[in-house]
Design a protein around this ligand. Structure first.
Ligand code: NAP
Length: 333
């Protein structure tokens, strides 16, 4: 299975020819599964964002800034940071890298975040993970103003998501569900399994599927008989960080799979799904690389756009933690 820009359209034609099963899911086409690729969707989102950020600048006289806090040097982070800074440049956002030394204390990092919270040019703040072991994650997460928490890690935003209100979503989880929606995969009433229950990917992805009216099961490292749970699912999102955890024989024929895992195996980036054995079984897959990954930054910048508008229009009072009553409340599950 290869990742290419035209794969999705070609495989879609194959799916149409293959028909659907009793549950309305496409059966695995003989030509191989449809590839749900993130790049074309990301490009479409970036085009919209470029216009939106240009209009924002015309109206408010400045380009909003995304502040990226990096504590200590970390090689994998460096690659990711270059990508996000490039994406910022493409759409007309100021990217500001705030580098803090490895030996900084939690107070040092919180002080830096407080400065960014108070800076009116900074519309959004993300903190690059992992943090050095001596810095408690919770302390740092709590320091970010929820109105600037565009990666949805603050407890207020997590709570809004759980209640079905419109806070900021964790970008990766949002991208994992968005790739399904934008690819026209039906979710309502489907049996979905999410493998992984982290606060940044698994849990929010499950809550987002619930919002789309899927029937959701969350699996984790203590789940007994993971294969049985997965085999029941029409939709499977995998975010475990375990290469090859999900194999073809665990999957229901015609299932739609979103692989979120990023692992390095023999010098190659691989996901959590064993692509070779899954390909003949599933009807569609968001692969690694090429699926969710390319979409995540574009989605993150849509959150930045919303944060910038909220702040410029005075819909949130920064620093006062008063975001909740001013956000649009949607009647979602
Ligand atoms: P994490 O915090 O380590 O969480 C992993 C989850 O997987 C945990 O809930 C864990 O269960 C579960 N798990 C581990 N082994 C399992 C097994 N054998 N069977 C079932 N469940 C198992 O990781 P994360 O931050 O959620 O990230 C997950 C993956 O997504 C990683 O590979 C990461 O690199 C990738 N990721 C990708 C992007 C992107 O943009 N595409 C962004 C962020 C992360 P317990 O809770 O029981 O420990």
């Amino acid at each position: 299975m290869t990742v290419d820009r035209d794969g999705a359209a070609a495989a879609a034609a194959g799916m149409a020819a293959a028909g659907t099963d009793a549950a309305g899911m496409a059966a695995a086409p003989a030509a191989g599964p449809r590839l749900l690729t993130g790049s074309p969707i990301a490009a479409e989102i970036r085009t919209g964002l470029t216009a939106d950020f240009a209009a924002f600048k015309t109206r408010w006289g400045y380009a909003p800034t995304l502040a990226i806090v990096l504590v200590g040097a970390d090689a994998p982070s460096a690659v990711y940071l270059q990508q996000i800074l490039r994406t910022c440049q493409k759409v007309g956002v100021e990217g500001r890298l705030v580098e803090i030394g490895t030996h900084a204390t939690a107070d040092d990092v919180c002080n830096e975040i407080e400065t960014l919270n108070a800076d009116p040019a900074v519309a959004g703040i993300i903190v690059q993970m992992p943090l050095p072991a001596h810095i408690p994650l919770r302390t740092i997460v709590d320091a970010i103003d929820p109105a600037k928490d565009i990666d949805g890690i603050h407890p207020l935003n997590a709570g809004l998501l759980a209640l079905g209100y419109e806070g900021f979503l964790p970008a990766t989880a949002h991208a994992a569900v968005e790739i399904l929606k934008r690819s026209g995969i039906p979710l309502e009433g489907r049996r979905a399994v999410v493998v992984g229950r982290s606060n940044v990917v698994g849990k929010p992805a499950a809550l987002l599927l619930l919002r789309e009216h899927a029937t959701v099961t969350i699996c984790h490292s203590r789940t007994v008989d993971l294969a049985r749970q997965v085999r029941d699912a029409e939709i499977v999102i995998v975010a475990a960080g375990r290469p090859g955890l999900i194999t073809g024989e665990m999957l229901r024929p015609g299932a739609v799979v979103v692989d979120v895992g990023i692992n390095v195996r023999e010098g190659r980036i691989v996901g959590d799904v064993d692509a070779a054995s899954a390909a003949p079984v599933v009807s569609a897959i968001a692969p690694v690389p090429g699926g969710v990954g390319p979409l995540t930054n574009a989605i993150l910048l849509t959150h930045l756009m919303r944060a910038a508008r909220n702040q410029a229009e005075g819909r949130v009072a920064l620093g006062s933690r008063s975001m909740v009553p001013t956000l649009p409340m949607e009647s979602m599950p």
